[in-house]
Design a protein around this ligand. Structure first.
Ligand SMILES: [Mg+2]
Length: 331
């Protein structure tokens, strides 16, 4: 059996690459073009990704791992994400671009402030599996998940959703059942002081006092929101596959629940359209941590749809991911 962390990285990338073709399309348009099932990489990405290429979600997951390999902690991750952005990727989320463009650790808090504390997209959640893949566990996993997310997405809903997700991956990998794993991860989120971690790393500081106050005010409500949407996802409810972080989390928890095969988890996310690549990517992380085997034919063609310092676009993921994971764990 492949290392569970490497398996999860391949799984989330393959799912993201499947979803690349259907991103921003409606379920009706997807069925009209591709049919009722979706079993292989397809053309049609609005960003021009070739079949088999992972989008910004898996690219930024890999960039985060390359960041940990630098051995400089959070600052290394931020610089690696900047290197990814600096090479001109085809697709960048608006808050991600705004946050990283500040060039300081508090860029995510500043970008959230500039959004009027409205912006709570899924751009942190989509790449946070990297923290678990890098080998963090327990309290360190919660802390890194919070601060790595807040580098671009400082809304407490984004931060707590990420703390939940990586704790869920850890629990599932340890063979917890789906529902028990989710409850264990919600408890981990509830007992972790994310605000303190953001203060400690300078994401909240003198220049971002307003963001700190807004986070404190909304902290409890945000946790309640994550709890509610995880539980409705466990019951199979999907509100939307739009870019709002709690919609993505709920949809991913719903799609990946109680299925016994990888395609049964991933396919509904791909066929659901809208932000299908990101929902699929989060589903892929969960299915990967559960150890569900990825269909063999999806692995050889798998690439990332962007090259930047540390990664070449033509590289096969199966060939180069082992070194990425090993490097992050040494870092
Ligand atoms: Mg994407």
């Amino acid at each position: 059996m492949t290392d569970p962390h490497l398996h999860t990285l391949l799984s989330l990338t393959a799912a993201d690459a499947l979803g690349a073709a259907t991103e921003f399309k409606t379920p009706e348009a997807i069925r009209a073009r591709y049919g009722e099932t979706f079993t292989d990489y397809q053309p049609g990405s609005v960003f021009g990704f070739a079949p088999g290429e992972g989008t910004d979600d898996s690219q930024m997951t890999v960039a985060t791992l390359l960041g940990y390999a630098r051995g400089e902690g959070l600052e290394g991750v931020r610089l690696a994400l900047r290197a990814w952005l600096g090479a001109g990727p085809p697709d960048v989320g608006s808050l991600t671009r705004a946050a990283l463009s500040h060039g300081t650790p508090d860029g995510g808090a500043r970008a959230w402030t500039a959004s009027g504390f409205e912006s709570a997209g899924n751009g942190g959640l989509m790449r946070v599996a990297a923290v678990w893949i890098a080998g963090f566990t327990g309290g360190a996993l919660a802390r890194e998940s919070a601060v790595v997310t807040a580098l671009t997405h400082a809304d407490p809903r984004c931060v707590h959703a990420s703390v939940f997700l990586t704790a869920f991956l850890q629990a599932l990998s340890a063979e917890a059942t789906y529902r028990v794993g989710a409850e264990v991860a919600l408890a981990a989120m509830d007992t972790f002081d994310a605000r303190d971690a953001l203060l400690d790393t300078g994401i909240f500081g003198l220049g971002t006092r307003e963001a700190h106050a807004a986070f404190r005010e909304r902290d409890r409500g945000a946790r309640a929101g994550v709890r509610a949407r995880v539980r409705s996802g466990l019951d199979g409810h999907v509100t939307s596959q739009g870019g709002f972080v709690l919609d993505t989390l709920e949809a991913a928890v719903a799609h990946a629940r109680a299925h016994t095969t990888w395609p049964a988890c991933v396919e509904p996310a791909v066929l659901g359209g809208d932000d299908s690549d990101t929902v699929a990517c989060v589903v892929g992380a969960i299915a990967g941590a559960r150890g569900l085997p990825i269909p063999e034919h999806l692995l050889p063609p798998l690439r990332l749809g962007h090259g930047w310092p540390g990664w070449e676009q033509a590289w096969a993921c199966t060939e180069h991911f082992p070194a990425v994971v090993a490097g992050a764990r040494r870092g």
